[in-house]
Structures are given as structure tokens and as C-alpha cells.
Design a protein around this ligand. Sequence first.
Ligand code: MN
Length: 298
Amino acid sequence: MQTVLKVSPATLKKMAATYPANRKLPAGAAFAAKLAQVTITGYKSGKVLFQGAQAAAEAARWGEVSAAGAGKASVASDLPANFARLSVLGSDEVGTGSYFGPLTTAAVYVASDQVAQLEKLGVRDSKQLTDPQIRQLAHQITATCPYHVLDLAPHDYNRLIKQYNQAQLKALCHNFVLLKVEEKIAPTKPAAVLIDQFVKPATYFKYLRGQEEILRQDVYFKEKGEGYHVAVAAASIVARAYSLATIDRLSEAAGMTLPIGAGVKVDQIGKQLVAKGLDLDQFAKLHFANTKRIRGVR
Ligand code: MN
């Protein structure tokens, strides 16, 4: 199987930044990469050759498909037909905007024959659900669907955020939990993977460069992804349930209820923590501006 694209210099550059440079460059090539099911060679002329079982699918991600010899034909870069009913592996994270508490990322696999059942249970945008509903739905989701959660405690988050920007850290977390679930459901393959979008796809894959394993087959991105497939809504609910449990544990350790968000209330509680002699590193994401306000540093 082979697909040829003719791309602009800008797209060629983007492609070179997206794929791992793990193959020797043939003559005239600008980049060359070998993934699990497709080998990609981009030539300085703008011609990009995709070879292997996933050639067409991988080429379609770039949208500028023109079958070899034929004129330009655009390929839908949007979701496959009937997407909401497909077997989808979805991922989402919570906690990025909250000073206290973890960064929690979850991936959930929802097989097509489970979609209706989860929708009936009320699995939908976690922001519309109360905490008790979140806990109950998460319990039901994790009892029936393969999933994985990465609940990054503040202490670990603070260590990693010195090395990565927040969006990059999120990309690493999504890739990690998605690969874990893919392993758990093997040899079954999801029809598609849907990531609740937080950066452009090209940026997401750029952030993952150098990673040993990158999930990229049939990967789609959508903002408000929970509206496109219940798997993202399920991932969001599971992430939120874990996050709630961790914040409860941290609140207990702090001896006071840790509020979410990054507002005035958060600063007040932060000052009380410090006054008690507690280490903010155990409770909060230290790179937020709240830290300076709490510690009174200018
Ligand atoms: Mn999200």
C-alpha cells in the first residue's frame, strides 16, 4: 500500500517536525520516519511517500492528498462517518487551571456496543455533573470499560513542570494513558482515538518528539470532545473522580478544605497552609502566580 502527497514547503516542514527522525535519509529526502505500520519519506521536492498498511490513513491526516498522477483531491480531515457510534478510545485531563490538587489525565475505551448504555447512564460533559454524580458514574464506567488514569500529585507535577511547559506535560500524559489502554485492549484496536483538544495536532505531536512510543494511528482532536464521542465524556468523568479523591486526601492532610481554581479564596487558604508550617509543594502547582502572592514575594 502506498500513497503519495504533494505538499507545500510549510507542510513539509511541519511533517518533518511531527515524525521521529529514525530512518536514514534517502537521496533528495528532507525527512524519513518509520512508524509501526507506515514508513514516511518526505522529499525536498514536496513529494511525500507513505508506504505500508496505514499509508492512506496516515496521509489523510495531512489533508492535501492527491493520488499519484491524479489532480488534487482533498480528503476529509474531519471525523469518520458515524463517529459517535464507533469503538473509540478517548482521553481528557482535569486540574490544569486549579492551583491546589493534581493534574489528572484519563483514557477510556468505549466499544461501539457500549455507547448507548453509557449515554443512557448519563455520561456527558463532566462540567454539568455534581460531584456525587461524577463519583457514581466513574464507578460505573470503570467497572465496564478498559481505562487508565495518571493522577499526577502536586509534588510530581512541580518536578516535571520545571522540564516541560504545561501543554507539553499534558501531551505526555495523554500519550501515556492512551498507550496504556491500547495495551490493555490489545489485540483489539479502537476504530479511532479522540483527544479532547488542548493544542493543535501538529503541536501535540511536536511535543511528543523523542518519546519512545507515540500513539498516532487514527488519532483525532476535537475541542469539547465529549460532544463527539461518549469515550471523551467518560474519560473526563473518570479523571474528575480521581482528582476529587486526591483533593479530598490533600484536604485531609492540610486539615482544611482546599478550594479549586486560582482565585482569592485559594490565596487565603494557601496563606493558612504556610502559616501552619505545611509545604505548598505537597498541595499546589507552584508555578502559578498564587505562590508569590501567598508567600508575599514581589
Ligand atoms: Mn479537556
